[in-house]
Ligand binder design. Structure first.
Ligand code: GDP
Ligand code: MG
Length: 370
């Protein structure tokens, strides 16, 4: 389990180490200033100083599980890029994702094509690419609100027969705010009225200058309908990924982000998680937002049961106590008690926030009517 030194605990409680040592003695624990004591003992001591101190230790426990240990650079290996498709409604986001998935699934995986878990991986020239296909903006916004960054590259789909539209601009702003590189896919090139030059011209008004106009933005003409340009698009994704040297350490406990989650009638809470660092294993104890549990089973994007999931791999996980939210962060915790405790504290906090919000609304309503 996790420990804290007497000195650290004293600092957290704003007491002297001598006072803490005395309290410990009352509990029958003989300790020196640099001695490590476990969290349960620490919580007991904190409790002696009142609820506030107890809460503080709870928050510290949360910080403890959320703090990401730094990776030894020697342990880092390349990982697949995680790509999100954005763009105006009807410009072909879904069609493009479907076309990429269908043309790049190897024969043996064909049976799993219909499986939908909110994210999938394809292979191009022996290299993997992860696509996130949750309904773009909403999920992206929810994740950003939680500080979760899962996307390495944004594909901006612009229909060649329609050009830059309001949600195109919104998507550009999202990607820029998140500091995510953009690749433009000029879609519907099969249409006679396709006008890629008009698209490129309109993009310059939003500080996206394509390469053949002297800028550094890659634009790829494609057709989700005919499949034209899709290989080129995947090629460009891998190129941008290479430039950004995306890496992770598969040899550590997993950390990931929820892409989507739901309550399944038969299976209980199901969450699609994108593993971002480390490797997630069946049997791992996890905390995911206000939910916790032990990974009972994992299913990949082809509908196959898997025992482990490494960096950039999307998987469905079963075994959670509750349904988490998109954008919630998954961490592996060795201590099951600690996992439960942090999740329960978060549930409590959530309930309090809802109560507060409700109270505020009814008060506001009251004043409105006076
Ligand atoms: P989304 O709203 O961005 O997900 O767009 P959809 O993928 O649902 O596509 C909107 C419409 O455009 C559908 O009727 C598609 O069949 C059509 N569409 C998508 N891509 C292409 C394309 O490359 N060529 C043509 N001709 N139609 C397309
Ligand atoms: Mg769609």
């Amino acid at each position: 389990g996790e420990t804290v030194t007497v000195q650290e605990l004293a600092e957290k409680l704003k007491k002297t180490a001598a006072e803490v040592i005395k309290k410990l003695m009352n509990l029958g624990v003989l300790a020196t200033i640099n001695q490590e004591i476990d969290f349960d003992t620490a919580a007991l001591i904190a409790g002696e100083y009142g609820v506030e101190a107890e809460l503080k230790v709870a928050v510290d426990k949360e910080a403890l599980i959320m703090t990401e240990p730094e990776d030894d650079p020697a342990q880092l290996v390349p990982r697949p890029p995680v790509v999100t498709i954005m763009g105006h409604v009807d410009h072909g986001k879904t069609s493009l994702l479907d076309a990429i998935r269908q043309t790049n699934v190897t024969a043996g995986e064909a049976g799993g094509i219909t499986q939908h878990i909110g994210a999938y991986q394809v292979e191009h020239n022996g290299k993997k690419i992860t696509f996130v296909d949750t309904p773009g903006h909403a999920a992206f916004t929810a994740m950003r609100a939680r500080g979760a960054q899962i996307t390495d590259i944004a594909i901006l789909v612009v229909a060649a027969d329609d050009g830059v539209m309001p949600q195109t601009v919104e998507a550009i702003n999202h990607a820029k705010a998140a500091n995510v590189p953009i690749i433009v896919a000029i879609n519907k090139m099969d249409k006679p009225e396709a006008n890629p030059d008009k698209v490129k011209q309109e993009l310059t008004q939003h500080e996206l200058v394509v390469e053949d106009w002297g800028g550094d933005v890659i634009a790829v003409p494609v057709s989700a309908k005919t499949g034209m340009g899709l290989d080129n698009l995947l090629e460009m994704i891998l190129l941008v990924a290479e430039v950004h040297e995306l890496k992770a350490n598969p040899n550590r406990p997993a950390r990931g982000t929820v892409v989507e989650a739901e309550l399944d009638k038969g299976r209980g809470p199901v969450a699609t998680v994108l593993v971002q660092n480390g490797t997630l294993h069946v049997g791992d104890t996890i905390v995911v937002g206000h939910a916790f549990g032990r990974v009972r089973a994992m299913i990949d994007d082809k509908g196959r049961r898997v025992k482990k999931a490494g960096p950039s791999m999307p998987v469905e996980i079963l075994g959670l106590s509750d349904v988490p939210e998109a954008g919630d962060i998954l961490v592996v915790v060795e201590d099951e008690k600690l996992a439960r405790e942090v999740a329960e504290k978060r549930q409590l906090r959530k309930r309090e926030e809802i109560l507060k919000a409700t109270a505020k609304i009814s008060l506001d309503d009251l004043f409105k009517h006076i």
